[in-house]
Design a protein around this ligand. Structure first.
Ligand code: ADP
Ligand code: MG
Length: 267
């Protein structure tokens, strides 16, 4: 225990919670401790990751032991891989679902996460997709009432396309807006029952936008949580800053929570 504390201190890791898994010494421990496929560890090494970043050292073992976390670490400290690697391991091969959902505040970020997913999942067959928006039909329908039924059909077929893509994906990445917009379509039925992990990236941005944005986000989050209602569902939050609103939400909603902070609390 003493030694663990020293090791965490050396790497600027603070962890609060019960029965916290010990921090990772190196990536090969993923195989020796958690039976992660050597091919996945090889991909990580080929990406030029020689050793885990501090947030990866603590977040990876927590998620691999199925623990819900609030992980705060500065921008650029490797939070994406910290949640992707456990997803790849627990999801195994391609079987659709979706079985993991990643929410983030902007579409740029969604695509950034998508690219990192493609890079790190090179050794696996898992499918990943980004939920796209649908604007065109709506714009057309606003300009002409005559074309309404045509537009409606176009819109419906596009929505059906999105629905099919999501069902085929193991991992789905989306902004809360786009996901909820799709879930709220009358003729779209996407089951989130199989979702094992809900990842919320850049949680601080979503909880702390304008008052209106923050309220919308909370509502959307409740809707998504209710949809991912399975007993097996876990939540992991990632954030660059330690914000009271996020911490409070996690304390109230995530059983067995482990809070991990790297570096300054308000970096
Ligand atoms: P964050 O989400 O914390 O802002 P990212 O996940 O975007 O950070 O990672 C920042 C950069 O660091 C990316 O280019 C990523 O590929 C790289 N990276 C992640 N983990 C490691 C690692 N263990 N060693 C070296 N580079 C890494
Ligand atoms: Mg990030």
């Amino acid at each position: 225990l003493e030694e663990q504390n020293r090791f965490r201190n050396e790497h600027g890791i603070k962890a609060v919670g019960r029965h916290i898994p010990s921090a990772l010494k190196d990536f090969t421990e993923l195989t020796s401790r958690y039976n992660i496929k050597p091919a996945l560890v090889d991909t990580v090494t080929q990406c030029g990751y020689t050793e885990p970043t501090p947030i990866q050292r603590q977040a990876l073992p927590c998620m691999l032991e199925d623990r819900q976390i609030l992980a705060c670490a500065p921008t650029g400290s490797g939070k994406t891989a910290a949640f992707l690697l456990p997803l790849f391991h627990v999801l195994g091969g391609a079987q659709g679902g979706p079985r993991a959902l990643i929410l983030c505040p902007t579409r740029e970020l969604a695509h950034q996460i998508y690219r990192e997913t493609l890079r790190l999942s090179a050794s696996s067959s898992l499918r990943c997709s980004v939920v796209k928006k649908y604007r065109e039909a709506l714009r057309l329908s606003a300009s002409s009432s005559l074309r309404c039924s045509v537009v409606k059909n176009v819109k419906e077929s596009k929505m059906k396309e999105r629905e099919a893509t999501i069902k085929k994906s193991d991992i789905v990445i989306s902004t809360p807006n786009r996901l909820c917009y799709l879930l709220n379509q009358d003729n779209v039925t996407i089951s989130m029952d199989k979702v094992r992990w809900l990842i919320i990236d850049e949680a601080d941005k979503m909880f702390e936008g304008s008052e209106e944005q923050a309220r919308d986000f909370r509502q959307q989050l409740q809707q998504v949580l209710a949809a991912c209602g399975g007993k097996q569902r876990r939540v992991a939050m990632f954030s660059a800053t330690h914000t009271p609103a996020v911490a409070k939400w996690c304390r109230h909603n995530l059983r067995g929570l482990i809070s991990i902070t790297v570096g300054q609390r308000n970096a």
